[in-house]
Design a binder for this molecule. Structure first.
Ligand SMILES: Cc1cc2nc3c(=O)[nH]c(=O)nc-3n(C[C@H](O)[C@H](O)[C@H](O)COP(=O)(O)OP(=O)(O)OC[C@H]3O[C@@H](n4cnc5c(N)ncnc54)[C@H](O)[C@@H]3O)c2cc1C
Length: 387
């Protein structure tokens, strides 16, 4: 007897009371309780308070990217804008920045800065000694992007040269730095807890450790086969991000693992803000006198294209080497935490928000930018489901 069969067999144990109140009475079921799923549930209830909304989350806690990320509240470095411009158009770059900026404002309005430890310390893009050409190209476009993005941010004082601060932070091997005062940081755990509390306040039923295995549109209703039996609802929102293709293989969402470390507190830590280097593939920040540092997916894209959490020696070594030689050279530190999270990527860096089957909607693929855009992505899919 397979494990799955054993789990599905549990459905027969539901009582009449359980079935009528917990299992079969949702108007909308949201699958996945990350930023996008929670924001969708919140918006559904704010728009139509009488709706019965249930969330099914396979993890004991949300188990994808939303509780695992770096907590950068950012809309992109100069190099990121330039790289996206090369693949798309001026209009696309502006629209994406505008979307992320509005998404960040919406998260702050929804949850309150104090509840998520939002701090606008600014963000820095670092160019290594070996990247002089890239730095020059970015600087050549600095005024152009400041003028373009003024339409989204409301000011043209966005990117500025900050080379003088390299020595102040104590970095080694860096020959250029660009500062963006509009970038901020949050405490990811507090953000997710605040979002969950909002959703509970709206009387949404959140059921954890419940994996959706199959979705069927059964005429008037949608039937979900789960690890705890069958659920039914009028409409379903799929907010499973990197794992979307497990249920809908045609969705163009490829998983990408991000590995992260946090050091023990470092007395006299000089870093303050968010920092990116190597085209954004590496990122670090301060948190509670510690350094959070993550990235390195680009060392081996294929290896990191996985649904499995975990660590690899090559990425761990790369992160600790950069810490030793570039970020904290000559300083004593110890790593306190290692973890990983799974993001959803695609060729097109915009999220997928659409009806995948009648009454089944998806909002997935935040391309590593879900802190910034997740609140709006959730709202958009909720509006689509309510139409
Ligand atoms: C290491 C790392 C660092 C990052 N740093 C940043 C950052 O600094 N700034 C930023 O903007 N973004 C960052 N991101 C990206 C951001 O975290 C994501 O874009 C965002 O969290 C996506 O939210 P989501 O709700 O779409 O997906 P997720 O948070 O992944 O939520 C999907 C949920 O669906 C659940 N699920 C999956 N399959 C099923 C199923 N079959 N049945 C039931 N439940 C299911 C999962 O358990 C999960 O909880 C980072 C991501 C990682 C991994």
């Amino acid at each position: 007897m397979s494990f799955e069969f054993l789990l599905l067999g549990l459905e027969h144990t539901f009582s009449y009371w359980e079935r009528t109140v917990f299992i079969d009475n949702a108007d909308v079921i949201v699958i996945g309780s990350g930023i996008v799923g929670l924001s969708a549930a919140l918006h559904l209830k704010r728009q139509q308070p009488q709706l019965k909304v249930t969330m099914l989350e396979r993890g004991f806690l949300p188990s994808g990217a939303s509780t695992k990320n770096a907590g950068f509240a950012c809309f992109g470095t100069l190099s990121e804008q330039l790289s996206y411009m090369k693949r798309s158009s001026e209009g696309d770059v502006l629209r994406l920045v505008d979307y992320k900026w509005r998404g960040l404002q919406r998260m702050r309005e929804n949850l309150g800065d104090a509840n998520i430890d939002f701090h606008q310390y600014g963000g820095y893009e670092l160019f290594m000694d070996t990247e002089a050409g890239k730095a020059e190209e970015a600087l050549d476009h600095l005024t152009y992007f400041n003028n373009l993005l003024k339409q989204a941010i409301g000011s043209a004082d966005i990117y500025a040269v900050a080379d003088a601060k390299i020595a102040e932070f104590g970095f080694k091997g860096i020959n250029g730095m660009i500062f963006n005062p509009y970038e901020g940081q949050i405490h990811t755990g507090k953000m997710m807890r605040a979002l969950l509390d909002k959703v509970y306040d709206q009387d949404v039923l959140v059921l954890n450790s419940c994996t959706v295995i199959e979705i069927e549109n059964d005429g008037g209703q949608v039937c979900l086969k789960t690890s705890h039996g069958d659920f039914r609802a009028r409409k379903v929102i799929l907010a499973t991000n990197a794992f979307a293709a497990q249920l809908y293989p045609d969705l163009d969402v490829i998983p990408g693992r991000g590995q992260v470390l946090v050091t023990k507190p470092i007395p006299g830590l000089k870093l303050k803000g968010t920092y990116h280097f190597n085209e954004g593939y590496y990122y670090f920040r301060n948190i509670d006198s510690r350094v959070l540092f993550g990235g390195g997916r680009n060392i081996d894209f294929k290896q990191e294209e996985t649904w499995d959490f975990g660590h690899t020696d090559n990425v761990k070594n790369s992160l600790t080497n950069y810490l030793n030689e570039m970020i904290l050279p000559g300083q004593h530190y110890e790593v306190d935490y290692w973890w990983s999270g799974i993001m959803g990527f695609g060729e097109d860096i915009r999220p997928i928000i659409k009806e995948v089957q009648p009454n089944i909607f998806c909002a997935v693929r935040c391309n590593g930018m879900g802190v910034a855009m997740g609140s709006l992505v959730g709202e958009e899919v909720a509006d689509l489901a309510l139409k």
